[in-house]
Design a protein. Structure first.
Length: 278
């Protein structure tokens, strides 16, 4: 049986044969979250190579493992989380690109500021910095840039590691209706609903353009009322008046979204021209 002294002596001999600059793992080569060795860290890779855990493949310019080593997966977990959150955010691509059928992300940087849109632009910038009430309602005709600004807010909040969910209301209502007739669609809508309810920011675009069933109307009211009641961030866009929303949807929904005296809701009216016709 090999004694502990022999094992330590063998280990010391191995260390003595390793140059000092690759003898020990550098302090910044260990993940502070999981205490595992960081991936793609040059200092860590050199130490592992010196100890025979991996070697450098000059032809392919990369390190290859000889033996399994437990490395940090936090970076991949964070990447997977970010990709999942971006997918579930469901953000549109609201800006026409340079090619005929190309569309790109709408941001604050590529928003075409013009007379009648300044207040909405500033309100959205204030919203992401929590300098407005928790509910922001953008009102105005089609083509004024409401969707672009909502997307810009959503992408900025995603960049700040916030969970975001964008819903175009007519599409949302159609999904709700179809979930009654399809088990598969029901499962998809259940997943979307769970994410929608837990998102730190919910955005409802194009509210009030159709009259839903009583059940769907009730679900939509509960969605808005829950955020209204606990002051959770919500952005709504609509081109409807109070009376129109009350008639087409529910007077309770209209009451919540037009309640600008409670400190819960801020309304901004966009009066600029339709950019699609310019």
């Amino acid at each position: 049986m090999v004694s502990l002294k022999e094992i330590l002596s063998k280990y010391k001999n191995i260390l003595d044969g390793i140059p000092n600059d690759v003898k020990y793992i550098p302090e910044d080569g260990i993940c502070p979250n999981c205490d595992r060795l960081l991936r793609n860290h040059p200092g860590v890779n050199r130490v592992l190579a010196a100890r025979g855990f991996m070697y450098y493949d000059e032809d392919n310019d990369k390190y290859i493992y000889n033996q399994p080593v437990r490395r940090c997966d936090c970076e991949y977990s964070a990447l997977a989380r970010d990709q999942h959150n971006e997918m579930m955010a469901n953000l549109p691509l609201s800006v026409h690109g340079t090619l005929p059928r190309s569309f790109i992300a709408g941001t604050f940087e590529n928003f075409a500021e013009r007379p009648g849109a300044e207040d909405a632009f500033n309100a959205c910038m204030d919203f992401i910095n929590e300098d407005t009430p928790p509910i922001l309602v953008l009102r105005g005709p089609r083509g004024t840039g409401k969707t672009h600004l909502m997307e810009a807010v959503g992408r900025e909040m995603l960049a700040r590691d916030k969970r975001v969910r964008y819903e175009r209301v007519p599409t949302l209502l159609a999904r709700m209706r179809s979930s009654f007739n399809s088990e598969e669609m029901g499962m998809v809508e259940e997943r979307n609903s769970q994410y929608r309810n837990t998102a730190e920011l919910l955005m409802l675009d194009d509210l009030g353009t159709e009259k839903p069933s009583e059940w769907v109307r009730e679900q939509l009211y509960r969605l808005i009322d829950e955020r209204y009641g606990v002051n959770r961030p919500l952005i709504v866009s609509t081109n409807e008046s109070y009376e129109s929303l009350a008639n087409n949807l529910d007077d309770r929904i209209a009451s919540r979204l037009f309640d600008t005296n409670s400190g819960k809701v801020m309304q901004v009216i966009m009066t600029c021209s339709d950019y699609r016709r310019e």
